[in-house]
Structures are given as structure tokens and as C-alpha cells.
Design a protein around this ligand. Structure first.
Ligand code: GLA
Length: 768
């Protein structure tokens, strides 16, 4: 809802409000962002404006009449040169070589239109739209601020710069969002990491130094996730949290700065380092759309808002809430060593276990013996697959499962026909030694003809056989960046070219389920999710690491956007051995897949996986699209009606000083009554070691043949949890779980909980 009250604007969602006004001098003063407020008159909102009678000490007075300095105001946008020294939204160089900017209010209107951006992806769906035009006082340049107000407690912003001058305008910075708060009582939360080590949550206390979260490697990157939060020292379920994200997959920057008068500013947008854009006469520069959300129900409250927003307003309509198949991926099962026989036997085993999609990962195309060659040549390797992809995909479909394939369309190896034919189509500096990543070059998507050509190649491949799924990988970051376009524009043009390619191919092949990947989560962002509904969250499938990675993604992204695989042990990234159950329980919260040679597994492991698949299929809608909550040591997903839920408990280390473990639910209806029970589990007696002799009538020597034989037939029975209680009890008090194992006793009433133990709990509305 939008209210224009004199010079002030009040934007409201179901539970939040955002207010601003035009100052007498023409700048836009930010008045408020937080819990919903009501106001019907301009004077009500003016209560929120800053009262200034004079500028402080050596501050710059904006003009002789006004009593304030821009440095001490909360502003909707800001530039350099008129006394605001904080991180600006825009930085321009005019033809007269000046760079002071002073954008003043010119015009505003509002409607219900969600306008797409022309060069970049943007949110979609029903919303209110406020359009504000500002004009630069001394040059014919417009700054357009669009605000889109989504009922579900999200407001988005875009910034456009339009050059009406005859001469070129140099845009040195065009950020998307600037938000000022009156105080500095916040923590700034960022998610940083690296390859296979994504999404470490960092909590920064604010001080008068700037905190910068940024990427400059060509991708949004695992080093600095675009999604950040400002919290007023909130907890999971209480306190104020502001969340920010950017629909952009390239270099980005989020800066938080506390001013000399203790105001906090956050600015988000394209990283201005390495950025400089020449805007010709009458051209428009579109900055990426920025997302903001606010909750006073803590981090879970904000997550729920962002989850819903991503599913409803970012993911393409045809994929939103569409259940995704359980897949088997060939990578860790066979790496580059793929051939028809191995693929078909794995696919057959998978189909018999209930898996629904076979994904042929890297290694299937011409010359791809290892990662030094072949990228760019998207034709099947006839030595490995003599009868071709069409034959293979038909055979796999005949097994009753779907077929998917891996591609890396943004890359080429020097040792490839593609590179030999088009050495000038890659990002590099001719005549200099090039630094490569994974032996490959980045194809120069800043050039239109290169994008067109790759669209044709991918179109030919995707039409060549029955492809239901595509994993779109991107395995290096950029170095030696140079192209034919202006320095400072290459990174941005690359991203625009990438989006054009993704847009064309996803529209041309709407039935294909595309999954993004960039060595795991090196490009996990809303730009990619605008085209591909899901992303491979990390190359790290170790359930212990993965729990943290997924937990962190869940702050800003719904679990239906991250794919998780159950892989073999010792884990290929960490060499850690974690139980199959834990690997499944962690992977199930989101989009489930398997990435292991199923043929090498024991009978019990295969049986367990069959059971996992049955459970996942039964609860798929909840695992993929339920409202997700982070609970103490685990997660919960709850359906919209709050009549069904699944909870998960995960504990990496068994501590002997056993404290009572209580599973406290979240998201249920306090007034409903529920049946709470666990997944009944059995355990391999080998996991008890020689302790088994305390229960066995005969002595069993560890590792002996008899030990192995007995373990095939005799299993430890896991504890049973079976309770009925009200939602209020389950949420406020929780279920006191069975006692955990600790050497002095073990029977069916004891929770067998070695390191990395995990459990699933089912919670269903009940009349009993
Ligand atoms: C990347 C991906 C992996 C796999 C390999 C194949 O590392 O993240 O999942 O597809 O490439 O080369």
C-alpha cells in the first residue's frame, strides 16, 4: 500500500512500513523502516523527520537557509560533493570533469505495475510501485528510484541513471540501495567462505569503521554472499532483523558505515571497484534490483519472509512450488571415467531404489579425459558413448527415470576445438602470460556474437535427445580481465550476456529443470535463481560441514533452492566418516540427490537408502516447500496449514556429560493437538564395537568373519518416541527425548547416539 501525504510517502506491507519525504531543499529524507505504522496526515509522518537547528561544528551546511548538513541526515540516496561523506549511492563524472552530484526531487507517481528491467532479471508478481524522479541540479541527468512494495513484507528498490546530455556521462558507481538508520545499535551479519567451505556466518559489531562485504572476481562468489542482515542483537525467534539481497550474479558490494553522529548506513549494489560505465546520450543505466525485508520475530521471522518472497517473486512461475525429483549424479561415482555400461548399470540400480532422475555429470563430451581438455566442444565422446546421447537418454527413460546432463557453457580449455577456432572469444590479455583456473578460460560473454553462438550450441545439444535436467556449471573466477569493450564494463557486460543466454535457453526449453552450480556455491544468488530454480549449494557433502552450510543458506534462501547429495564415506572432500542416516537427514531438508556408486554399497545400506527414498517421497512437499525453522540443534519444516511437520536433530559430538535432550518444535499451531513420533531406526552392531559382547551370548571378536556375518542378520533396534501433545506444549516446553547412550547401559529405551547422530521426528495433527 502506498500513501502520498503532502511531501511524504508511506509504503506499507502487511506488517512493515517504510517512510520518506521530500525535504524543502529537494533531497529525499528517509523517515522510517520497521514495524507497520499508520498515518493519515503529512504532519504525522513529520514527527519522524530529524529536527535540526544548525549544522554541527565543522560540518558543511547544505545551503545558507537550511539548518542541516547532509552528513547528519538520513537520506534515500546520496552522492559526493555536498557535505555527505558517507558511502554514496552514485558517483558520476560529468563532461565538464566535475563530479559533485546533487539530485533533487522532480516528480513522483504510483501504480500497481511491476516493470521488468531490460538488462537484468528482477522480481515479479503483484505489488505496489512508487516511481520517483530526481534531477541533477547542474546537469541534465535523471536518477530514477523505483520502490516495489510486496504485501509479504518485502520492499525492493531499483536505481536508474538516465543521461539526457549530448555528451557521454561516466558512471563510476551506481548502487541499488541506500538505507540510513538514526542509531548504531546493530550487528551486521555476513556469510563468507570459499570453495567447499561456503556460508560461514560472521557477526560484526558496528564501529565507526566501514565494514565491506564484497566480491570482485566476476561471480557473486562464495567469498562474500550477497545476502546480509542488520539485526538489533536479535535471536532466532525474537528481535528486529533487517535482511538485504541483490538480484545480481557478478561483483557486488554491501557496505555498512557508522557516521560521526552514530547513524548507520547500509549501501548495496554492484561493486564500484573495477567498475566504470560510459553512458551515452539518452542511454539508461539500470542498477540491479535490491531486496529488503524486516521482521521483529527474529532471524526465523526474516527467513520465513525471504523464503516466501523467493518462491513467489523470484523463481520462474512454472517452477515455483513444483516438486523436484530425487536424483543420482555420476560425478563422485565415476568422475571422468564414464561409459555407457557403467552409466546404465548405475541408472538401473538407482531406478530400482526409487530414484527418479539420472544426471550424467562431467566427462561425457569429446576429448574430456580430465579437466585439462574438451570444454567448449559440446558433442558426445563416441569412444565413451559410441551410440550417442539420444540412445543413452532413451535407455534411461525406458528404466522409468529421467535423464539430465552437465554442461559448463561459459568456459573453454585451450586444448579444445572451440578455443582453436576462436582464440579471441575468451577473456584474456593478448601477449601476456595468462593465469588460468582449473586449466580453463572464461568465454567472453561481454560480446554479443559469442553469446549468440553459445546459445546455438546449447540449443543443438538440448534438442539432441530427451533431456529433462541440466546442471549448468561455472568452475573458475576471473583473472586477466580484458575485452573489446571499455575497461570497467567487462564484468557487467559479462553478467548481462550471461543473463541473456540463461533467459533465452530457459524460455526455449521450459520443461528442462536447470540447476546452477559454480564449483558448488560460488554463484548462489537471486540473479541465478531468477532463471534456474535450484543451485548446487556446495561441493562439500560431508554431513557435518553441510549442516552448517545449509543452515546458513536458510537464513536468506528457501530450502527448495539448494540441492544436497548423500555421498559416500570417507567423504571425498574431508575424508570424514559420518553415518548414512545423518547424510540423508541433512540432505533431505531441501532437494535430495545421491552422489555415490550405489553398486558398491552393502545390502543394508541399499535397504536403508530405499527407506530414505520412501520417507522423502512421502514428505517431499514439506522437505522442499514447508516453512523452515532453525531449531536448537536442527531444523523443522511445517506445512501451511500447520497440520504436518518434520523435525530433525543433528549432534556432531557425543559428550559424556549427558544433558537432557529436549526437542522444541517451532511453527506449529499452539491450539492444535499433535502426534509426535520418530523414524524408527536400526543400527549395525559393528557400530557398538566390542561392547556388543556385553549383550551377546557368545563372544564376538571384532572384525572377525562371525562379526561380519552376525551383523548382516542382527541389528540394534533404535529407541522409539511416540507422544501426543498440544502445539503449545511441543513449542514452549518441547519433548524430553529418551536418554542418550553412555557406556553404563543400553537397551531399546536408550538413544543410540554416537558422533554425528541425527533423528527425524514426524509431527501430525491428531484427534487423539
Ligand atoms: C564442479 C562441480 C562438481 C562437478 C565438477 C565436474 O566442481 O561443482 O559438482 O560437477 O565440477 O567437473
Amino acid at each position: 500500500m502506498i500513501k502520498v501525504l503532502g511531501s511524504a510517502f508511506l509504503l506499507s506491507t502487511n506488517n512493515t512500513s517504510y517512510a520518506m519525504r521530500v525535504l524543502p531543499t529537494g533531497q529525499l529524507e528517509h523517515l522510517y523502516y520497521g514495524q507497520r505504522i499508520e498515518a493519515d496526515k503529512e504532519e504525522d509522518l513529520l514527527v519522524l523527520s530529524e529536527k535540526h537547528a544548525f549544522p554541527l561544528g565543522n560540518q558543511i551546511a547544505y545551503d545558507e537557509e537550511s539548518s542541516y548538513s547532509l552528513e547528519n541526515m538520513r537520506l534515500e540516496y546520496s552522492g559526493y560533493g555536498k557535505g555527505d561523506f558517507r558511502e554514496p549511492l552514485v558517483e558520476l563524472v560529468f563532461p565538464d570533469h566535475t563530479s559533485t552530484t546533487d539530485f533533487l526531487f522532480d516528480y513522483a507517481t504510483y501504480n500497481k505495475e511491476k516493470k521488468p528491467l531490460h538488462t537484468l532479471p528482477s522480481s515479479h508478481g503483484e505489488c505496489d510501485h512508487l516511481y520517483i524522479r530526481l534531477k541533477e541540479r547542474n546537469h541534465d541527468v535523471d536518477l530514477i528510484l523505483d520502490y516495489y512494495i510486496y504485501e509479504e513484507d518485502v520492499i525492493t528498490r531499483t536505481t536508474k541513471i538516465i543521461n539526457h546530455m549530448k555528451e557521454d556521462l561516466i558512471v563510476e558507481r551506481a548502487m541499488s540501495l541506500c538505507l540510513d538508520f538514526e542509531d548504531d545499535q546493530f550487528e551486521f551479519i555476513t556469510f563468507n567462505g570459499g570453495w567447499a567451505d561456503e556460508m560461514h556466518k560472521h557477526i560484526h559489531n558496528l564501529s565507526s569503521a566501514k565494514i565491506v562485504n564484497a566480491s570482485c572476481m566476476g561471480t557473486s562468489s562464495s567469498r562474500a554472499q550477497n545476502f546480509v542482515m542488520l539485526s538489533r542483537f536479535a535471536k532466532e525467534d525474537e528481535g528486529e532483523v533487517y535482511g538485504f539481497n541483490l538480484i545480481y550474479s557478478g561483483n557486488h558490494k554491501e557496505v555498512v558505515e557508522v557516521s560521526s553522529t552514530h547513524k548507520t548506513r547500509i549501501v548495496t549494489g554492484i561493486n564500484n571497484e573495477q567498475f566504470s560505465y560510459c553512458l551515452k546520450s539518452e542511454e539508461v543505466f539500470e542498477a540491479p534490483e535490491a531486496i529488503m525485508g524486516y521482521s521483529y520475530a527474529g532471524f526465523n521471522g526474516l527467513s520465513n519472509i525471504f523464503h516466501r518472497f523467493v518462491n513467489e517473486h523470484i523463481i520462474k512461475k512454472e517452477w515455483a512450488y513444483k516438486e523436484r525429483p530425487i536424483l543420482i549424479n555420476s560425478w563422485e561415482a565415476m568422475y571422468f571415467n564414464v561409459n555407457e555400461k557403467r552409466i546404465l548399470s548405475l541408472a538401473k540400480e538407482a531406478s530400482e531404489m526409487g530414484i527418479e532422475l539420472f544426471v550424467l555429470d562431467d566427462g561425457w563430451f569429446k576429448g574430456r579425459a580430465d579437466d585439462t581438455r574438451g570444454l567448449g566442444d559440446w558433442e558426445v565422446d563416441r569412444k565413451k558413448l559410441p551410440k550417442g546421447l539420444d540412445h543413452l537418454s532413451r535407455k534411461i527413460h525406458k528404466m522409468g527415470i529421467k535423464f539430465g546432463i552437465w554442461v559448463e557453457p561459459e568456459m573453454t580449455n585451450e586444448n579444445s576445438d572451440y578455443y582453436r577456432e576462436h582464440p579471441d572469444w575468451v577473456i584474456k590479455i593478448d601477449g601476456q602470460m595468462q593465469s588460468l583456473g582449473r586449466h580453463q578460460y572464461v568465454i567472453d560473454l561481454s560480446k554479443d556474437e559469442v553469446v549468440d553462438d553459445m546459445i546455438s550450441r546449447m540449443t543443438a545439444l538440448f534438442s539432441s535427445c530427451q533431456i529433462d535436467y541440466v546442471k549448468w556449471d561455472m568452475n573458475r573466477v576471473m583473472s586477466d580481465v580484458f575485452s573489446t569493450c571499455r575497461k570497467g564494463e567487462v564484468f557487467h557486460h559479462y553478467i548481462c550476456g550471461l543473463y541473456r543466454m540463461m533467459d533465452t535457453l530457459t524460455s526455449r526449453f521450459p520443461h528442462i529443470l536447470f540447476e546452477g552450480c559454480a564449483s558448488g556455491g560460488n554463484r548462489f544468488d537471486l540473479g541465478i535463481l531468477s532463471y534456474f530454480p535450484q543451485i548446487w549449494a556446495s561441493d562439500n557433502t560431508d554431513s557435518w560441514c553441510r549442516f552448517d552450510i545449509q543452515n546458513s543458506y536458510s537464513y536468506g534462501y528457501p530450502q527448495s533452492t539448494f540441492t544436497n547429495h548423500v555421498s559416500g564415506v570417507p567423504n571425498h572432500q574431508t575424508l570424514r566418516v559420518t553415518p548414512l542416516a545423518a547424510r540423508f537427514h541433512v540432505a533431505a531438508f531441501g532437494l535430495l540427490g545421491y552422489e555415490v556408486n550405489l553398486l558398491d554399497l552393502s545390502k543394508k545400506e541399499k535397504e536403508d537408502i530405499k527407506q530414505q527414498i520412501i520417507i522423502y517421497k512421502k514428505q517431499r512437499a514439506l522437505f522442499q516447500f514447508g516453512n523452515m525453522y532453525r531449531v536448537d540443534m536442527g531444523w523443522m519444516v511445517v506445512d501451511e496449514k500447520r497440520s504436518r511437520a518434520v523435525g530433525m536433530l543433528f549432534k556432531p559430538i557425543n559428550e559424556l556429560s549427558k544433558k537432557t535432550v529436549v526437542f522444541k518444535c517451532k511453527g506449529l499451531d499452539p491450539l492444535k493437538r499433535y502426534h509426535f513420533y520418530n523414524q524408527k531406526m536400526t543400527f549395525d552392531i559393528k557400530e557398538m564395537g566390542s561392547l556388543i559382547n556385553t549383550a551377546s551370548p557368545i563372544h564376538i571378536k571384532q572384525g572377525s568373519l562371525s562379526h561380519r556375518v552376525i551383523s548382516k542378520f542382527v541389528h540394534l533396534q533404535g529407541e522409539e518416541e511416540d507422544h501426543y501433545a498440544s502445539g503449545s506444549l511441543l513449542m514452549n516446553a518441547g519433548v524430553f527425548l529418551k536418554q542418550g547412550f553412555s557406556a553404563t547401559g543400553f537397551n531399546e529405551d536408550v538413544r543410540f547416539d554416537p558422533d554425528f547422530f541425527s533423528r527425524l521426528y514426524f509431527i501430525e495433527e491428531s484427534a487423539l
